[in-house]
Design a protein around this ligand. Structure first.
Ligand code: LLP
Length: 426
């Protein structure tokens, strides 16, 4: 008998054991140790397919926002599936190249690009810089001129819409550091068109992450198209429109619209306003990988208390920082159904901080030595991990049907301090 996990079509229990695709997760934990990240290839491709269906017959490029999960094998998978990449650093560009991605499909976002990163991206021949300030325009033009070239640019506009998401991941409001304010956009395009080192290519916006409603997208699209009308009326051609990041995902019963349904609505709006034939770009991250991944962890100790019971596990906030950073909720389920009476626990890691928790007030039937899976851990988990407390980064496995590929070896303490030096003669 197989029982799928609601919201996680590639995870199921079979004979009391949790499987990702055709692989029993406890086998992976035994073989590779814990904490361990495990990703489903089929889940990533299924998430991508929803966008691809949405854009069927359109001129559109899906640039995977690789900050969500930048493991080389994940990038390789998306490159082979036809994606471009949204990068935010020179380091990410190096990863794209190392994974076999095509720099001509890369867009470069971010408010603080350095001159060195601009040179690196120009020399690699990326598709477009998403410029986030008037000062950046001037610098980029100078860097491109010095290289004897012109930098292709979009201006990231701040549409001032409320994405109704966590304040730390909402980006499209006036008080944010991102993008160029609506009222400055026309003047900024005029300046960009006059600068000798730039070639105006498109327009870009991104209103935030973990957005689970369609209204903010429709509002942002209207505002961006109003701007395109005005910019083109001024004689500057906008070749492509980049709508930024993708949808939110279900962590705890949220119901974001499916990507193809959302894009059917957005494309209808685009068609109605006469922009249906314009090349489009989007930069989804979380929705392509978030629910494709789990983090496996072992229960070390149970610590009952007067006010709370603690379930101490071997994964911590350095491995999976979202709960600590955003009070984010991730499902936590056992790898084997052991029966017994469940109790309420705070699931916490070994780090010396009270903020080191993975889940609060969870009903679990567990004993030391049991294995748990933290769900929805494919996006912004491993990628945001650190080595705080000199805790080595977990290994990572990509599952494909019944096959498991090790895609990142477990780090060692020596790897962490390899670049450090003692003071000689001290
Ligand atoms: N494009 C730009 C310019 C972005 O800044 C982002 C995300 C994306 C695309 C991708 O957005 P997505 O499709 O993943 O929603 N660490 C936070 C999320 C930070 C998002 C930052 N920017 C979290 O764990 O929730």
């Amino acid at each position: 008998m197989t029982t799928p996990l609601p919201g996680h079509p590639h995870l199921h229990y079979q004979a009391g054991a949790l499987y990702l695709e055709g692989v029993r997760l406890s086998d992976l934990a035994q073989h590779h140790g814990t904490p361990l990240y495990v990703y489903s290839r089929a889940a990533m491709l299924a998430a991508l397919a929803a966008y691809q269906r949405g854009f069927a017959g359109r001129k559109a490029r899906i640039c995977y926002a690789m900050k969500a999960n930048s493991s080389l094998a994940v990038l390789q998978l998306f490159a082979q599936a036809g994606c471009g990449f949204d990068i935010v650093s020179g380091g990410e560009l190096e990863r794209v190249l190392a994974a076999g991605g095509d720099p001509a499909t890369v867009v470069f976002s971010g408010v603080g690009k350095t001159r060195a990163e601009m040179r690196q991206a120009l020399q690699a021949g990326i598709a477009c810089f998403n410029v986030e300030s008037e000062a950046e325009l001037e610098v980029l033009s100078g860097v491109a001129q010095a290289l004897g070239t012109r930098a292709p640019i979009s201006i990231r506009v701040n549409p001032n819409v409320d994405a109704k998401t966590h304040p730390y991941i909402s980006t499209g409001l006036k008080g944010n550091k991102f993008g160029i304010a609506h009222e400055r956009v026309l003047a900024t395009y005029r300046r960009a068109a006059a600068l000798p080192g730039l070639r105006v290519q498109g327009i870009d916006c991104h209103i935030g992450s973990q957005i689970t409603e369609e209204t903010p997208y429709l509002d942002a699209m209207d505002r961006v198209l109003d701007l395109v009308d005005a910019i083109e009326a001024g004689g500057i051609t906008i070749e492509h429109i980049d709508f930024g990041g993708g949808l939110g995902i279900a962590y705890d019963g949220e119901t974001p619209p499916p990507a193809d349904a959302l894009w059917a609505r957005l494309l209808a709006r685009l068609d109605a306003r006469g922009y249906g034939a314009r090349p489009l770009m989007i930069e989804p991250g979380r929705s392509l990988v978030g629910n494709a991944g789990v983090c496996l962890t072992e229960v070390l100790y149970l610590k009952p208390g007067e006010q709370k019971n603690f379930c101490i596990v071997d994964a911590a906030m350095n491995d999976l920082p979202r709960p600590m950073m955003y009070e984010a909720w991730h499902g936590i389920v056992p790898l084997a159904d052991r029966g017994g009476a469940p109790q309420t626990y705070d699931v916490v890691g070994p780090i010396c901080e009270s903020g080191d928790w993975l889940g609060r007030e969870r009903l679990l039937a567990v004993q030391p030595g049991d294995l748990l899976a933290v769900l929805s851990a494919g996006a912004y988990c491993s990628a945001m991990g650190s080595t705080y407390n000199t805790r080595a980064r977990p290994a990572e496995v990509l599952v494909d049907g019944g096959t498991a590929h090790l895609i990142r070896e477990r780090e060692t303490a020596r790897d962490i301090f390899r670049a450090e030096r003692l003071v000689s003669g001290a």
